[in-house]
Design a protein around this ligand. Structure first.
Ligand code: NAD
Length: 288
């Protein structure tokens, strides 16, 4: 099985490297060839064009920043992909996006597996990121060895579109937790507590969360480098708002969190790390 991998950014770079290091034949492509340096060193091949990547692949994996980019690339790839090959979409898309694009792929005889991930870039680098799959069990089985190499646990959520729903739910929770953790740590700081001790006490408490343990610790250390941008967070919170509307579920906390991220993007820019959302409070109150 030969894999093409497009989108070697903060997340896709690690996922593709896991595949190359496991010994799979991998052809890679990105807007920026420099992103492929570790993959080429580890034995991957470079494709100058989408057509040459598609022609050299039995399955193409994409990990891209927006549904618009995914659609543009897929439409460019499909004429060069063989019938019976697979498109594995690891970007976070909306449910409507993946259903619409899978229908386009189907017209070319190409199967689709939606495979967004959750856990962050650090778990991705260790090959332990959680894979959320939507699509036929047979397609998952066909690619199981590669999926084992790319990530950790895999949850087959159901048909196409179901992985998009759970992925957006997990991110909605993570962003709400992040804003809450920022408020909690700021309370601890203004309350005169030793922040490291407060962080430990929260970790041992009923208020603990994955975000507190990971991003909360980063924030405490003065680093915001989580490998995930404001723009990506707002994309996913936008999907959550659409689901809330489509499914008739009022999402008060997610709505407030989206507004907070919008203020943070206006203040710091869309390419800033998503964790910088907690700086809004620091900047409003001063850092002393
Ligand atoms: P990123 O911006 O770091 O990487 C995107 C990559 O795609 C870049 O290397 C860019 O050069 C490349 N690219 C963009 N347009 C291209 C094109 N036309 N042709 C070829 N390459 C192109 O983004 P990321 O953080 O790696 O996220 C990618 C996807 O994964 C997003 O959908 C995001 O929501 C999702 N995701 C990210 C994380 C994370 O922690 N970073 C976690 C879960 C899901």
């Amino acid at each position: 099985m030969r894999y093409g991998f497009i989108g070697l950014g903060s997340l896709g770079g690690s996922l593709a490297l896991n595949l190359v290091r496991a010994g799979f034949r991998v052809v890679v492509h990105d807007l920026d060839r420099a992103n492929a340096a570790p993959h080429l060193t580890a034995g991957a091949e470079w494709a100058d064009s989408l057509a040459s990547l598609a022609a050299a692949s039995d399955a193409v994996i994409t990990c891209l920043p927006s549904p618009v980019v995914s659609e543009r690339l897929l439409r460019a790839l499909l004429p060069s992909l063989a019938k019976g090959s697979t498109w594995i979409e690891m970007s976070t898309l909306g449910r409507d996006d993946i259903l619409r694009l899978a229908a386009v792929a189907n017209e070319y005889g190409v199967d689709t597996l939606e495979l967004p991930v959750t856990g962050g870039v650090h778990l991705a680098a260790r090959g332990e990121i959680t894979l959320l799959a939507g699509g036929d069990a047979e397609i998952i089985a066909r690619h199981q060895p590669a999926l084992d190499a790319i990530g950790g646990r895999l949850f087959h959520m159901g048909p196409l579109g179901s992985a998009a729903v759970i992925k957006v739910i997990t991110n909605m929770l993570a962003f709400i937790h992040l804003v809450a953790d920022g408020e909690a740590l700021m309370l601890a700081k203004r309350g005169g507590l030793d922040l490291a001790k407060a962080w430990e006490a929260i970790r041992a408490s009923s208020g603990n969360s994955f975000v507190h343990e990971t991003e909360g610790q980063l924030i405490l250390s003065g680093s915001y480098d989580v490998g995930f941008t404001m723009d990506l967070a707002l994309k996913d919170l936008g999907f959550a708002a659409v689901f809330g509307r489509d499914f008739g579920v009022p999402l008060d906390l997610a709505g407030l969190t989206l507004q907070t991220f919008e203020r943070a993007r206006a203040a710091y820019g869309g390419s800033e790390q998503s964790t910088a959302v907690v700086r809004l409070l620091e900047d409003a109150l001063g850092t002393d």
